[in-house]
Ligand binder design. Structure first.
Ligand code: NI
Ligand code: MN
Length: 227
């Protein structure tokens, strides 16, 4: 499984000839450095509806003629834009051609504002994405929560992608605890340094992980890690 960081919480994940993008916030993301038109994927996966995650979802799904996989209410909103959708919900999993998606809890909120409409985005979620024998946990936007221990006990997570920005999500200290609880040997920090409110010292975060025997992988934009 090859994971490429596209800034903020956007990840391109490739394996076994398949590729998916998670939370494709590219346009307006000062750090992505990638044009939506350059993204070639078999599915777009969404953790929740907020604009810094939903991003270029519709355009990428249309250009690739691929499904948007999302919490069901958010998938229903996407249907209004004539894209294929797979609406799932927390606790549910599905084996797609070449990859498996399982939705997990996340403690956050989820809505879209379109003009003067505020659209309920369903429950916010995390994603367990399995390709071959490797599993990535993308925590979405979330606070630290105790059931991360259960997620860690029940799943063999090879890499956890965790928000560390604070303010809207857990910050670095809570993310170190999350990394321990989900029993991840490797952690990719997400959701930091995109905006002033979420500036963090990622090297200090990785030092704290190291004290716990966990490897931090602070990817630069468009850098990849193979797990
Ligand atoms: Ni959010
Ligand atoms: Mn966010």
């Amino acid at each position: 499984m090859k994971i490429t960081y596209l800034g903020h919480s956007a990840l391109l994940v490739e394996g076994g000839g398949k590729s998916v993008i998670i939370d494709p916030f590219l346009t307006g993301n000062p750090n992505s450095g990638v044009k939506p038109a350059d993204i070639k994927v078999d599915a777009v996966l969404l953790t929740h509806a907020h604009g810094d995650h939903f991003g270029d979802c519709i355009g990428i799904a249309k250009a690739n003629d691929c499904p948007v996989v999302a919490p069901v209410e958010l998938a229903n909103y996407c249907m209004e834009h004539d894209v294929k959708t797979v609406g799932m919900n927390i606790g549910g999993s599905h084996q797609f051609d070449g990859f498996k998606v399982k939705y997990t809890l996340a403690f956050h909120s989820s809505s879209l504002t379109v003009g003067d409409r505020v659209i309920y985005g369903g429950e916010p979620a995390g994603i367990l994405l399995t390709m071959g024998d490797k599993t990535l946990y993308h925590a979405g936007d979330t606070a630290l929560f105790g059931d991360m221990k259960i997620i860690g006990e029940l799943n063999q997570i090879d890499l956890a992608a965790l928000p560390i920005g604070d303010f809207f999500t857990m910050g670095p200290d809570d993310a170190v605890i999350a990394a321990k609880w989900v029993q991840a040997p490797k952690v990719l920090p997400l959701h930091y340094n995109t905006f002033p409110a979420i500036e963090q010292d990622v090297e200090a975060f990785c030092d704290k992980l190291k004290e716990q025997g966990i490897e931090g992988i602070p990817l630069q934009n468009r850098e990849s890690v193979e797990i």
